[in-house]
Design a protein around this ligand. Structure first.
Ligand code: CP
Length: 355
């Protein structure tokens, strides 16, 4: 684990995240046993971007563990509005709280914050980059509802370009055997190459297609996603992509009876409300599993020792060319690149050194 933070689920070994998943299921089955586990501890939720599930499930998790919560859900109501930078905010808050969950619109912000945090920092979503606690939620959901996570055909549908939940989930599920990913998107919103490379390197397989109906009958899991309006350069570009994929009851007629339909939520209109009563639709249960996943994560990180430095990469005298990278938004940060799959990538945002 990178220090005692959670920036990327891949900072944990598969064994470690399976231990967290198993703990989440134990907490779900016997919540009273854990009701005082964090008595006297404080969680800070720093949400620079809107959230319902992630923020409130973190808060619920800490309260159900007997701890307390501080934080902001709108940086304009904090000294960020006066120009305080990320590092100063983290330095201060980590002197108040025992653990931080932070969501930020800039890619790599969580790793940047972790460098300056005196307490464990959890990435609650960093721009279009990663959302590891959603992935933990998804893994708890799949483990609870399916059991064995190997040999699944999983369809991922919608905004595969900007959807951080998709990116984190692919990275995690690529550790399992016999996985086949069906990547369902328009040409404009295909999965970035670096995530396809992760699937290839894991000896799992993928196919790309643009028709949800064509893919449906083969799927064990369908992971629907929202088109990420906030990541588009213009309203016009967003309007070209919205409403392309809408899951309706008639599209499910060819689906397997044991299909599991997941969605990280919020939904806009990509799943018709008529689907909600289909027993294969488990996205509202999925959101509830998120509380147990985050309870297990908080307990695990608070019990983990401090060890290695956060950054591993070196700058090579280069700067990341991704304008959404934290190193291009917080100018005091030095670039850092790490070798991955034969290429140097920005350690903060994962963008290849040569874009
Ligand atoms: N799934 C998820 O991240 O939802 P919120 O944006 O509401 O936190």
């Amino acid at each position: 684990m990178r220090k005692h933070h959670l920036i990327d689920l891949n900072d944990l070994t598969k064994t470690q995240w399976e231990q967290i998943t198993e703990l989440a299921i134990r907490i779900k089955n016997s919540p009273d046993k854990y009701a005082d586990s964090c008595r006297g501890k404080i969680l800070a939720t720093l949400f620079y971007e809107p959230s319902t599930r992630t923020q409130m499930s973190f808060q619920t998790a800490m309260l159900r563990l007997g701890g307390s919560v501080i934080g902001f859900d709108n940086p304009q109501n904090s000294s960020v509005s006066k120009g305080e930078n990320l590092v100063d905010t983290i330095t201060i808050v980590s002197g108040y709280a025992d653990i931080i969950a932070m969501r930020h619109p800039v890619e790599g912000a969580a790793l940047a914050g972790a460098q300056y945090s005196r307490c464990p920092l959890i990435n609650a979503g960093d721009g279009g980059h990663l959302h590891p606690t959603q992935t933990l939620t998804d893994l708890v959901t799949l483990a609870s509802e399916i059991g064995d996570l190997n040999h699944l055909t999983i369809g991922l549908c919608g905004d595969l370009k900007n959807g951080r939940t998709v990116h984190s989930l692919i990275k995690a599920l690529s550790h399992y055997k016999g996985m086949h990913f069906v990547l369902i998107s328009t040409d404009a919103l295909t999965l970035p190459d670096r995530f396809k490379e992760i699937i290839r390197a894991s000896s799992n397989t993928y196919e790309e297609c643009c028709s949800l109906e064509d893919a449906m009958s083969s799927l064990d899991v369908l992971y629907m996603t929202r088109i990420q309006k906030e990541r588009f350069a213009s309203e016009k570009l967003y309007n070209e992509q919205k409403n392309v994929y809408i899951l309706t009851p008639d599209k499910l007629t060819s689906a397997k009876p044991e299909l599991k339909i997941l969605h990280p939520l919020p939904r806009v209109d990509e799943i018709a409300m008529e689907v909600d009563n289909d027993p294969r639709a488990i996205y509202f249960r999925q959101a509830r599993y998120g509380v147990y996943a985050r309870m297990a994560l908080i307990l695990t990180l608070l019990n983990a020792g401090v060890s290695e430095p956060v950054l591993k990469g070196i700058s090579h005298g280069q700067h990341c060319k991704n304008p959404r990278c934290v190193t291009n938004n917080e100018p005091y940060l030095k670039s850092a690149f790490v070798m991955d799959g034969g290429l140097f990538h920005c350690e903060y945002c994962d963008a290849p050194l040569l874009l």
